[in-house]
Design a protein around this ligand. Structure first.
Ligand SMILES: [Zn+2]
Length: 334
């Protein structure tokens, strides 16, 4: 997340209202835990909530349940350079949060607050800490100084050391229902019809829908879906699809293919699910690959993509060879 030039006031997203109210209640009772863990799938706005909370905690005079945007603390935190605020994420080309970053943050925690009463450290994504970084962080979690709040943001809890998890209060941020996303997305797109289409193309993930809009709308994804649909029906071959999809980032392409498979498999009836076994196995394999990439592994993008697409085409070939071939190929998402 880019912290330069933030809007003056950071507010939680509409579907985070309940979690936000709970956090505020804990703050007003002075019972907010020193370590929080915001966990949920990608694209639900975990980092935005972490930022809103961080700025709220730092603000001298919060207004109407969020940071005021005008006090000295807010002006500093607007440029991402507040003296009492650290935002840790992988830097430069690194895919992990390094031990040096965590050591610096822990040292910062033990210094007294410079501007106001509190200090805040946000660490995202927390599952991308190296083991040594996690150990350094544990030191900070064991003896938290009174005025310090640590907010960890994670997409996959299983990737995090249990020793870190157990020291944090878990705040679950699941995928919100569509009716909570559409009015918000409508403010971005300008009309309800395109908001609804983008949310569907994004598999119901609101920030991904917003990203699609910023990337040029529904058109590129609609084309990609058609291409995968054609591959599933055996109408085009793997090299052609690999050449077209290979132009974008591998991690993003894997997410798009996984989303396509999820939507398709959700539509399958029981009889179809037995034949869908290779597709489920492919999803497992892709998930392992995504985890490896997130942890810093760097496979050859073209070979990895082609291998996935070959299994994809084979899997759908098995589906088509089933007894009710016509009906199942009609169900293939277009
Ligand atoms: Zn303020």
């Amino acid at each position: 997340m880019n912290l330069q030039g933030l809007p003056q006031v950071s507010v939680p997203l509409p579907w985070q209202a309940q979690a936000w109210a709970h956090l505020q209640e804990q703050i007003s009772r002075q019972q907010l835990p020193h370590a929080l863990l915001f966990a949920g799938p990608a694209g639900v706005g975990k980092e935005r909530l972490a930022l809103a909370l961080a700025r709220y905690l730092l603000c001298y005079q919060p207004v109407a349940g969020h940071n005021c945007g005008e006090c000295r603390a807010c002006r500093y935190s607007q440029s991402g350079s507040h003296g009492d605020f650290r935002w840790l994420q992988p830097e430069g080309s690194s895919k992990v949060i390094r031990i040096e970053q965590v050591r610096e943050a822990v040292a910062f925690v033990y210094r007294t607050a410079g501007f106001g009463a509190r200090k805040v450290v946000v660490l995202t994504p927390a599952e991308r800490m190296s083991n040594s970084a996690a150990n350094a962080l544990l030191k900070g979690l064991e003896e938290p100084s009174e005025d310090t709040h640590l907010i960890l943001v994670a997409q996959r809890l299983q990737g995090m050391p249990a020793t870190v998890r157990s020291r944090c209060q878990l705040v679950k941020l699941p995928l919100p229902p569509g009716d909570q996303c559409i009015p918000w997305l409508q403010q971005v797109t300008g009309d309800e019809a395109s908001a609804t289409e983008l949310l569907e193309l994004a598999g119901g993930v609101p920030l991904q829908a917003e990203q699609l809009y910023n990337d040029g709308g529904a058109e590129p994804l609609r084309e990609q879906r058609k291409l995968l649909g054609d591959l599933a029906r055996g109408k085009v071959n793997v090299p052609l699809v690999a050449a077209r999809l290979g132009q974008q980032d591998l991690a993003q392409t894997l997410r798009d293919i996984a989303l396509f498979l999820h939507v398709y498999l959700c539509r399958q009836e029981q009889a179809g699910l037995r034949r869908a076994r290779p597709l489920f196995q492919l999803l497992d394999r892709m998930q392992a690959l995504q985890v490896a990439i997130a942890a810093g592994s760097n496979p050859n993008p073209q070979l990895a993509l082609e291998s996935v697409l070959i299994s994809f085409a084979d899997g759908f070939g098995v589906m088509r060879s089933g007894a009710n071939m016509r009906s199942s190929s009609q169900e293939i998402a277009s």
